[in-house]
Design a protein around this ligand. Structure first.
Ligand code: SF4
Length: 91
């Protein structure tokens, strides 16, 4: 069975432009609401972990104010800016 090349797979998935503009460092893309993972599955906590917290994560979407809960591109539900989870990705 012949497997499609990486180029063909990327072209058909609409990722060519994204890969070309970001090289090997792919951005964290917003997931659809029904694709978000649960807090439990990534061991979400409402406190920082060794100084790392959601407000410093690429996936964090800030709330109305600096201290307000925001949302996350990966994890479902309200997210504290001082929270943390295993999917942490520093800005
Ligand atoms: S640390 Fe986890 S919950 Fe917080 S913004 Fe990043 S991915 Fe989302």
């Amino acid at each position: 069975m012949k497997h499609p090349s990486r180029r063909i797979v990327l072209k058909h998935s609409g990722m060519v432009a994204v890969v070309a503009s970001f090289g090997t460092s792919l951005p964290v893309l917003p997931a659809r609401a029904d694709e978000l993972v649960s807090k439990d599955s990534v061991s979400y906590q409402t406190t920082p972990n060794n100084g790392s917290q959601c407000s410093q994560c690429k996936s964090f979407i800030a709330g109305a104010t600096a201290g307000a809960d925001g949302t996350c591109k990966v994890v479902a539900g309200p997210i504290s800016p001082t929270g943390y989870c295993l999917a942490f990705s520093p800005v």
